[in-house]
Design a binder for this molecule. Structure first.
Ligand SMILES: Cc1ncc(COP(=O)(O)O)c(C=O)c1O
Length: 414
């Protein structure tokens, strides 16, 4: 968050600490004015969609107005679209530690995952290794590939994601393993996976590492070159607070030749009329982009970088996540599925007394927005996503209300 440096300390030693705490609170209020939805309910659901900031709404509206006024396709518009898309890729590259040429724009995480999975040349019997905690956006394309190409998917049981992940994966790797596909942050337990360690292992064996970054982009620090992954799919609409139908797909440059284009459109190729792929990751882009959404996404990323500060946002998300974990862990009859030592801002919990859907619905009646996860074999949980816009008071209120709702359910059962 744009916490300005505290003024020179006054004579007494205790003064600066007081001043900086006050500033942080003032800044939080100022920031919350910029994301109005977080004042309508206590908003804990960036795991589904983050709150839209005013800068996004303005950028989107301006672009729509411009198109209305000057027309959508007049000379210069195509060139402008191209430049805008590449500028958007450049901001993402800066935030996520890679080259702009390695970023393709996408419309969702799922699109990025499909682009990689369908772009590899498979032989029947080739294997993909994944885990018991993954989202259908990975599992469904794998099922389709099994059906169409005869690939085999192996599932490592990593429990809630809090143990030794590599030790769970390794015994399932064979000479046929082509890909390890895994989330960076697990949607159903909030566990943060040791991606760098897995990437090093994959590299040593020539296995492609494909990462589902739906819950990590904007929630935890990401440096793609340092992580050493081959491909990483991210959405714009979740923790990055952009509009729907935006996202990024990272492909490491030396992996370009391994990923074939499966959905061909002209902008993926050079203009010579031959099938020479675009030199950048734009070769993996699957369609046209809605310019107002791209404007909104760029405005949001720039604002996150310059006004919120990514490091401050990551730190605050994690701090509030720990506070929430500690609070919910104390509630009777509740199991917290999130490993405390390996988490950021997701806290997944369940109780035998109520369905997670009902917990979410009752919390909403009390002015608090959370979400639930109900896709087996993932644990069925209620899920809190602490955002940099939340206050400590909101987290404490959430914990109190969860406790009260569960106490009511207990009383009803008696
Ligand atoms: C881990 C994970 N992967 C993928 C998705 C789907 O993301 P998108 O809608 O951007 O395709 C989600 C959404 O909840 C998710 O949590």
């Amino acid at each position: 968050m744009a916490v300005k440096k505290a003024a020179a300390p006054a004579a007494k030693k205790s003064a600066p600490a007081k001043t900086s705490v006050k500033r942080a609170v003032i800044d939080l209020n100022k920031i919350r004015d910029q994301v109005p939805a977080v004042k309508t309910t206590a908003y804990f659901n960036a795991g589904t969609n983050g709150p839209i900031p005013l800068v996004a709404q303005k950028a989107l509206a301006n672009q729509v107005a411009k198109e209305l006024e000057i027309g959508r396709i007049v000379p210069g518009v195509y060139e402008g679209n191209f430049k805008r898309n590449r500028a958007n890729a450049a901001i993402a590259a800066e935030l996520f530690g890679c080259d702009a040429d390695e970023i393709a724009l996408s419309h969702s995480t799922g699109e990025g995952m499909n682009t990689i999975l369908n772009g590899l040349l498979w032989q029947p019997g080739d294997e993909v290794l994944t885990t018991n905690l993954e989202h259908p956006c990975l599992i469904n394309p794998l099922n389709l590939l099994s059906h169409r190409q005869g690939i085999v998917t192996r599932y490592a049981d990593i429990g809630n994601g809090g143990g030794d992940i590599l030790a769970a994966l390794e015994p399932l790797v064979s000479s046929r393993t082509r890909v390890i596909a895994i989330s960076h942050v697990q949607w159903s337990t909030g566990a943060v996976m040791p991606i760098k360690e897995i990437a090093a292992y994959c590299r040593s064996l020539g296995i492609v590492l494909l990462v589902d970054g739906a819950q990590s982009a904007g929630q935890v620090p990401i440096n793609l070159h340092d992580l050493g992954v081959d491909a990483y799919a991210m959405p714009g609409q979740k923790w990055l607070c952009g509009p729907e139908s935006t996202g990024f797909l990272y492909v490491r440059k030396d992996r370009f030749p391994d990923i074939q284009p499966t959905f061909i459109r002209y902008a993926q190729f050079d203009t010579s009329g031959y099938l020479i792929p675009n030199a950048t990751a734009a070769r993996f882009e699957l369609g046209e982009f809605f310019a107002p959404a791209i404007e909104a996404q760029m405005a949001t990323l720039t604002w996150l970088r310059d006004e919120i500060g990514m490091d401050r946002a990551y730190a605050r998300i994690a701090e509030l996540g720990q506070r929430c974990h500690a609070g919910i862990s104390k509630i009777k009859d509740v199991t917290v599925h999130t490993p405390k030592h390996r988490m950021a801002g997701l806290v997944n919990f369940s109780t035998p007394l109520m369905k997670p859907q009902d917990i979410a619905a009752k919390l909403f009646e009390r002015g608090i927005t959370i979400r639930y996860v109900d896709v087996r074999p993932c644990p069925v949980t209620a899920r809190v996503a602490t955002g940099w816009w939340n206050s400590e008071a909101e987290v404490d209120q959430l914990v109190r209300e969860v406790g009260a709702i569960i106490a009511e359910a207990r009383a009803e059962k008696k």
